[in-house]
Design a protein around this ligand. Structure first.
Ligand code: GLY
Ligand code: MN
Ligand code: MN
Length: 428
């Protein structure tokens, strides 16, 4: 684990929140993610399972958390199963959690070796009335690869065909959408590291620098601060900025071009998601600045508009209407375009073709039903953009905010965003 130890109270509180949602005599199980293969004997680094981390703070492969709030034997009401360390593992893979370490990280008192799982679990199954199993229910998940959770579901259904199985994901989505103070602190840490990376890059970018060298600056800052990239960074100069998921990051930055940087640090599995657009030469052209300020006004107004009780859909619509006004003033759309717009295709869609923002947390596009009204404790990104490929201009600005009863709190308020401030920092 790269990050500083986290007080296990965070995970204990999350388990308690889940227990409150479970009906009597339930059993819930969450599995670690698989270590995914590459070629030959290679594998990718483990990406910790967000739900397992949320409930137990555990980042080790093959681990399993079992929650049975009404188990007759009190010791079995929460049990964490981990791999048993051995001399062989120690030599080839290094450190694995001892039982004491696993308890310290998770707050779960009863830690067992995986070899004990089948026998102990059978006892719990026989007493359980409903079995809550996990699955990836993100709306945009699109993968052929079967997860460890999915294999576990199949295995249980084969072994215990008469049990009643239920979906754990909707419960976890509901919980994870609302962040606790400890989670917001970790998100703020990820944001602060991202800020340091961005400021470092402001002093580095100049004509001739390659996008890949800018990526390296971020890697240096993030790694130094025990963080990683939250997602594949987008470092897109000139027309590349109009490719929404550009991540080749291999072109030289040219004088006069803009550079769109969509980069976030992940610290202790909590993710930041920042976008800034800066002038390669250190000074915006007049046209670039006019469009930049239009995007900035929409971002600021949309941050202010993220209030408790509003529907995400209405929040997005409000920002699209603001964007229409900005695009009219820029001469990019005409009044007749606005007259022709429909609910699904607002006039701004031609230049602002992606969503306004998404929940952020242990996943970058975090889980949670955004059809519910915006509520206290949600962390959202706010990311309007204007993309004009014929002018080689792609501008997006993205901040992360916390919704509170007193109004939105901008977690990125300290990250430079005014055009003049960016120019001043680049001059130094
Ligand atoms: N960086 C991914 C996004 O902005 O949604
Ligand atoms: Mn982003
Ligand atoms: Mn985003």
């Amino acid at each position: 684990m790269r990050h500083a130890p986290i007080d296990s109270q965070l995970f204990a509180a999350n388990r308690e929140r889940l227990r409150k949602l479970l009906p009597p005599h339930s059993l819930a199980v969450v599995n670690a993610n698989d270590v995914l293969p590459t070629n030959a004997d290679g594998s990718l680094p483990l990406v910790p399972n967000s739900d397992l981390f949320y409930l137990a703070g555990i980042e080790q492969e093959e681990s399993l958390l079992v929650i049975a709030p009404d188990a007759f034997d009190e010791k079995l009401r929460e049990v964490l199963f981990v791999r048993q360390p051995s001399e062989h593992l120690k030599i080839w893979e290094g450190y694995k959690l001892s039982k004491e370490d696993a308890t310290k990280a998770s707050g779960v008192k009863n830690v067992k070796w995986l070899s004990e799982f089948d026998t102990l679990f059978r006892g719990l199954m026989v007493d359980a009335e409903q079995v809550f199993l996990n699955s990836n229910e993100h709306k945009r998940r699109d993968s052929q690869v079967e997860t460890r959770d999915a294999r576990f579901v199949r295995r249980l259904q084969e072994s215990y065909p008469l049990h009643s199985y239920r979906r754990l994901a909707p419960l976890l989505h509901r919980l994870r959408l609302v962040k606790s103070k400890a989670e917001v602190d970790l998100l703020q840490k990820a944001v602060n590291i991202t800020n340091d990376g961005f400021r470092r890059v402001l002093g580095f970018v100049k004509p001739g620098v390659n996008e890949v060298e800018i990526e390296a600056e971020f890697i240096h800052e993030f790694t130094r601060q025990r963080a990683r990239f939250a997602y594949n960074p987008i470092i897109a100069s000139g027309e590349n900025a109009c490719v929404l998921h550009y991540n080749q990051n291999d072109k030289p930055c040219r004088k006069g071009d803009l550079l769109l940087i969509d980069v976030g640090a992940s610290y202790a599995n909590y993710n930041a998601d920042l976008t800034r657009t800066i002038p390669v030469s250190g000074k915006f052209t007049r046209r670039q600045k006019v469009i930049y300020n239009a995007v900035l006004r929409v971002m600021r107004a949309s941050i202010a508009g993220a209030t408790v009780g509003k529907l995400h859909r209405d929040w997005t619509k409000e920002s699209q209407m603001m964007m229409n006004e900005e695009l009219l003033a820029l001469g990019l759309i005409k009044k007749s375009d606005v007259k022709k717009q429909t609910e699904e295709t607002p006039a701004c869609r031609k230049y602002f073709m992606h969503g306004l923002g998404h929940p952020l947390g242990l996943d970058v596009h975090d889980v949670g039903q955004v059809s519910e009204p915006i509520a206290e404790g949600w962390v959202l990104t706010v990311e309007p953009g204007i993309y004009v490929p014929q002018e080689k201009i792609g501008i997006r600005l993205e901040n992360d905010i916390l919704v509170t009863a007193k109004g939105p709190v901008d977690l990125m308020a300290k990250i430079p965003v005014e055009a003049e401030e960016i120019e001043a920092l680049m001059r130094r």
